[in-house]
Write a protein that binds this ligand. Structure first.
Ligand code: ATP
Ligand code: MG
Length: 583
C-alpha cells in the first residue's frame, strides 16, 4: 500500500472529546472516525486491525471446535419476551418498528436466538456437546458511551455458547473456552488478568472476566498476594462472627445538633460523649443511605442501605446487585413522600418493611448481631448511641455493596487485597439452565427422558480490543502496535528528491511483498522527511525502514518502533534482514 494512495489524513490535534490515549490516537492516526456518540466508522487502517483481531478470535474458536454462525442484528420481539429481557433491557437497547408495526430490537447479545436455533434443530443427547459462535455487530444504547470504541453503542463482539447435557459437560466446555481465551489474549499482546466476576443479573454460577490492565479502565479489580483476583463487583465481604451483647448498656438517644455528616458527628461525639477506651471513629457509626431502584417495568422502589460510616456505597457494586433494576438518586420529592425520614439523622427506627416508612432496609454484612452503633435517632439534631444489631433493630437482610478498600481481607483468606483498574475484554459464564428453561430447550437423554440443556455464554469485545491494545501500547509519539495485529509489518519511508531513493524503495517493497510481508510504503514526494517520520511514528507499525541518505553508503536504516533501536543494514541484505525481523 502506497501512502500517496492510502485513504488517510492524520490530524495534528487531539479530538476535543477524547479522554483516553487510545481514543486520541486512533482518531488522530486515522484508524476510526466518529459519526455520533459511541458510533464510529472504521477507515482502511482501522479495518485492517479489526480484521486481525477477528482472525485471532476466529482461529482460536475454530481450534477448540466451536463452529461459526451468524445471526441477524435486527431481531423480532417475541424471543426476548420469552426470556423477559424485552422488558428488562429497559432503556439500554435500540428498539424499532417495522412497517407492519411489529416491534424489533437491534441485538445487544443473542442468548435467546442461539437457544432457539438449537431447539429447532437438535433433540437428542447424542447431538451434544455443541459449541457455536459468531462475530457480529451489537447494539446497546449505553448510558455513558465513552472513550471512542472502548464503549460504543455499536460494537463488534464475539459471542459463543456451549450446550451440554449435564453439569460436568458444562464444566468441561467452560474450561475449553477459558483455555482458548488465554490463547486469544496472549496473542493480542496486552497485559491482562482473569478475575472472578459477578454473575448476579444473568443467574447462573461460575463466571470470570478477562480484564486488560489499564489505569483508564472502567472496572476496578482486586487481587491478593495469595492469588485471589476478582472484579470489585464480585468481591464478598468477610462476615465477622456475631458478638455477645449482654453487657452493652441500653440504647440512649442524645442531642447532637448540627451533625448531619459522619465527620461532624464523630467530632461532636468526641467532645460531648468521649469514650474511655479510645476516640470515636467513623467506623463506629451506622450510615443509612437511601436510593431509588427503578425496575424494568418503570416502578420506583426506595431502598435504605445501612453501612459503617467510614465506607460509602460503591455504585457499580450496587448496580450489579440490583440489576436489572437501575439505581437513581433519592430526590427531594422522595423525602417529601416519606415525612418520617429526618434528613441527616435517619436511623433504623423508621427503616424496614415493618417500620413506619415501609422502606426495605438492607445492611452491610459487617453489621452482624451484637455490633454496636451510633446512628440517626430519626429526629433532627439527634443520634442514638449503643444501638445494638439484633437487639435494638433487625434489618430486612444484607447487601454487600460497600466500597472495597486496599487492605481489606480476601474472602478466601489469601491475604489483604490491593486494587487496580482494568478494561473488560472478555467474559465467560456458566449460564446453566436459565435460558434453556425459559425457551424450552430440552433433549432426550439415554433413557428417553426429556432433560433441560445446560448452557454457557462466552463473549469477547472484538472492537474494544483494538482500543485496549493501544491503551497498553503507545508512547508520546503515537501508537506502537504489537506485530500480530499491526495493519502492516513494515512502514517503509523513502526520502529525498531524486529518483534513486524511490527506485531502491520500489525494489525493496516488491521483494518484501513477494515474501508475504505487508508494507505501508511512504512514496510521497511532496512531504518532508520530518512529516513522514512523524506519520510513521503516529501510525505505529512495528518496523520502520528508511530508504534515503544512507543509500550513498549502500545502507538502509531499520528502526524498531517499540524500542526506538536503529540499525543500518546493507541494501542487498535488507530483505533478508526484514524477513527475520517480521517472522
Ligand atoms: P461492560 O461491563 O464493559 O459494559 P458487559 O458486562 O456489558 O461489559 P458483556 O455483555 O459480557 O459485557 O459483553 C461481552 C464483551 O463485549 C465484554 O466483555 C466487552 O469486551 C464487550 N463490550 C460490552 N459492551 C461494550 C461496548 N459498549 N462497547 C464495546 N465493547 C463492549
Ligand atoms: Mg455493559
Amino acid at each position: 500500500m502506497r501512502m500517496s494512495r492510502l485513504f488517510l489524513r492524520t490530524l495534528r490535534d487531539d479530538p476535543a472529546d477524547a479522554e483516553v490515549p487510545s481514543h486520541r490516537l486512533l482518531v488522530r492516526a486515522g484508524y476510526v472516525r466518529r459519526v455520533a456518540p459511541g458510533i464510529y466508522s472504521w477507515l482502511p487502517l482501522g479495518l485492517k486491525v479489526l480484521a486481525r483481531v477477528e482472525t485471532i478470535v476466529r482461529e482460536e474458536m475454530d481450534a477448540m471446535g466451536s463452529q461459526e454462525v451468524r445471526f441477524p442484528a435486527l431481531l423480532p420481539r417475541e424471543p426476548y419476551e420469552l426470556s423477559n429481557r424485552w422488558t428488562e433491557y429497559g432503556p439500554n437497547v435500540f428498539r424499532l418498528k417495522d412497517r407492519r408495526d411489529n416491534d424489533m430490537m437491534l441485538g445487544p447479545t443473542h442468548e435467546e436466538f442461539f437457544t432457539l436455533l438449537v431447539k429447532d434443530l437438535y433433540s437428542s443427547y447424542k447431538d451434544l456437546p455443541l459449541n457455536l459462535y459468531q462475530i457480529q455487530t451489537k447494539y446497546r444504547d449505553e448510558a455513558r458511551p465513552r472513550a471512542g470504541i472502548l464503549r460504543g453503542r455499536e460494537f463488534v463482539m464475539k459471542d459463543a455458547y456451549s450446550f451440554d447435557i449435564d453439569d460436568a459437560g458444562l464444566e468441561k466446555s467452560y474450561r475449553a473456552y477459558r483455555d482458548a481465551y488465554v490463547r486469544i489474549f496472549d496473542r493480542l499482546g496486552f497485559e491482562y488478568v482473569i478475575v472472578h466476576a459477578d454473575s448476579g443479573a444473568m443467574g447462573g454460577s461460575a463466571s470470570e472476566e478477562f480484564l486488560a490492565v489499564a489505569e483508564t479502565g472502567e472496572d476496578t479489580f482486586v487481587r491478593s498476594a495469595g492469588g485471589y483476583a476478582a472484579n470489585v463487583e464480585a468481591v464478598t465481604t468477610v462476615v465477622p462472627d456475631p458478638l455477645p451483647f449482654d453487657d452493652v448498656p441500653a440504647a440512649h438517644a442524645e442531642q447532637t445538633p448540627e451533625t448531619p455528616t459522619i465527620e461532624t458527628l464523630v467530632n461532636h461525639l468526641n467532645v460531648a460523649f468521649p469514650r474511655d477506651d479510645r476516640a470515636w471513629e467513623a467506623a463506629d457509626t451506622l450510615k443509612n443511605v437511601l436510593v431509588i431502584l427503578r425496575h424494568p417495568d418503570g416502578t420506583r422502589e426506595p431502598l435504605a442501605i445501612g453501612l459503617p460510616g467510614d465506607r460509602d456505597v460503591d455504585v457499580k457494586r450496587l448496580e450489579a446487585k440490583v440489576a436489572p433494576a437501575e439505581v437513581e438518586v433519592f430526590a427531594d420529592d422522595d423525602f417529601a413522600a416519606h415525612p418520617d425520614l429526618a434528613k441527616g439523622y435517619i436511623g433504623p427506627g423508621v427503616l424496614g418493611e415493618q417500620q413506619s416508612t415501609g422502606i426495605r432496609f438492607l445492611v452491610d454484612p459487617r453489621v452482624v448481631s451484637g455490633t454496636r452503633w451510633v446512628t440517626g435517632a430519626d429526629v433532627d439534631g439527634s443520634h442514638v448511641i449503643d444501638l445494638v444489631a439484633g437487639r435494638d433493630f433487625t434489618p430486612d437482610g444484607t447487601i454487600d455493596v460497600a466500597d472495597v478498600r486496599a487492605g481489606d481481607a480476601a474472602p478466601d483468606g489469601s491475604g489483604p487485597l490491593e486494587l487496580a483498574r482494568g478494561i473488560e475484554m472478555g467474559h465467560i459464564f456458566q449460564l446453566g439452565r436459565l435460558y434453556a428453561e425459559k425457551l424450552g430447550l430440552q433433549v432426550l437423554d439415554e433413557n428417553g427422558k426429556l432433560v433441560t440443556v445446560t448452557m454457557g455464554s462466552y463473549g469477547v469485545g472484538v472492537s474494544r480490543a483494538v482500543a485496549a491494545v493501544v491503551e497498553n501500547s503507545y508512547d508520546e509519539l503515537g501508537i506502537v502496535w504489537p506485530r500480530e495485529i499491526a495493519p502492516y509489518d513494515v512502514h517503509l519511508v523513502a526520502t529525498g528528491k531524486d529518483d534513486a531513493a524511490y527506485d531502491a524503495a520500489d525494489t525493496l517493497v516488491a521483494e518484501l511483498e513477494a515474501d508475504g510481508i505487508e508494507v505501508l510504503y511512504d512514496d510521497r514526494r511532496k512531504e518532508s522527511p520530518g512529516v513522514k517520520f512523524k506519520d510513521a511514528e503516529l501510525l505505529g507499525m512495528p518496523t520502520i525502514v528508511v530508504v534515503g541518505k544512507g543509500l550513498a553508503d549502500g545502507v538502509v536504516e531499520v528502526r524498531d518502533r517499540a524500542t526506538g533501536e536503529r540499525k543500518d543494514v546493507p541494501v542487498a541484505e535488507a530483505a533478508e534482514h526484514l524477513r527475520g525481523v517480521c517472522r
